[in-house]
Design a protein around this ligand. Sequence first.
Ligand SMILES: [Zn+2]
Length: 449
Amino acid sequence: MSYVVRPGDTLWAIANRLGVGLPQLLAANPQLQNPNLIYVGQRLTVPTAAEYVVQPGDTFYAIAQRYRISVESLAAANPQIENPALIRPGMVIYIPARPVQQYIVQPGDTLWAIAQHFGTTVAALQQANPGVNPYQLRIGQRLNLPVSNQGQEQEIVVPRENYGYDEMMADLARLRQRYPFIEVGSIGQSVLGRDIPVVRLGTGPKEVHYNGAFHGEEWITAVLMMKFIEVYARAQQRGERIGNFHVPTLWRQTSLYVVPMVNPDGVEISQHGVDRSNPYYDLLLQANGGSTNFRTWAANARGVDLNNQFPANWEREAARGPRSPAPRNYSGTGPLTEPEAIAMADFTRAHDFRLVIAWHTQGEEIYWGYEGLEPPESEQITNLFVDISGYRPVRNLQSWAGYKDWFIQDWRRPGFTIEVGRGTNPLPITQFWPIWSRTIGIMLAGLTV
Ligand SMILES: [Zn+2]
């Protein structure tokens, strides 16, 4: 079911009127680059909640409240849960679609206009609201909206806390099943033997590359990549636009290669810590100063910062960082010693990328230069990205040996590090949708420049 924006609407008002939360409305409409910029006539998807992952502190009652359903109907939809008083964080529960969606009549509404706005007919509205006089609608009156018989597909990638390697692999399998035209491969393996997947989207000759989670505690960028894969593949399947971008055209012109999680071991260490079954247990504990709290761990499973591993003034970078394994900034004993960095270098050399973006989390900034070796067009592309996102452009940084540094140095083409958020790493998942709304435009525009 969809809703067409009318004059004076705000997303907040629409969410209220539809009786859904603003986050749910945003989640159902990932095409919205800026939630403050909706336009009259724009079609929005009305969310129907499907899967929900239990969060710390949740109760069955609170979840039912949040979705405005009864505890009884929530329990009925979840027969697998024996005791609703015992739900644990991380459990998936199913939120039943509310039997009827309601709409609250606004000044100036007519039944015909409401039917138009919801993509239904006056007859269907009348049928759903027996006894309502279509010529005497009252402001504030509640109308039932006819239940759409078009089953809405559930989202596969659900942003949630501690979205890690297993979640990514499970979602990739489901994405490949639903969108068989995407290609999923591997660029190599991590220190601990995890495959590092790559997803190809598009069939065109122009090659573009995005990667996430070079740094373990920045796993939210892997979720960002995964959500983009889903949204982009779905638009391709449906032959749709996302905003101004006609996806089938982009799909024919470009091949986007996404490596959502460059550093799977680092992500797992950040999310779950280490135990004695880890072959690098002693090294990791020592690198972490003896602490068992690994939440802010950035490096790989040998304490090497993968974004300090590339042959672009590696010695300079190594000289200013720690000299032994550490949670971050240790460059290793030489450039490209770590399997994840080697895999990225081999993968990059095997392609002919027009542009690359490494997605990181800290600073709301776009790094676009390297030692003056970047091409002049990097500046124009940066200006475009800044216009879209509001992030701050930074040309030079006293930093070397990063992936984008190496790409600019060796190819003299546009390479970027984009820091999408602000705060303490790992960023809380509540930052996901705000980050999404600022980056979806860059992810699309990056394919066109
Ligand atoms: Zn980073």
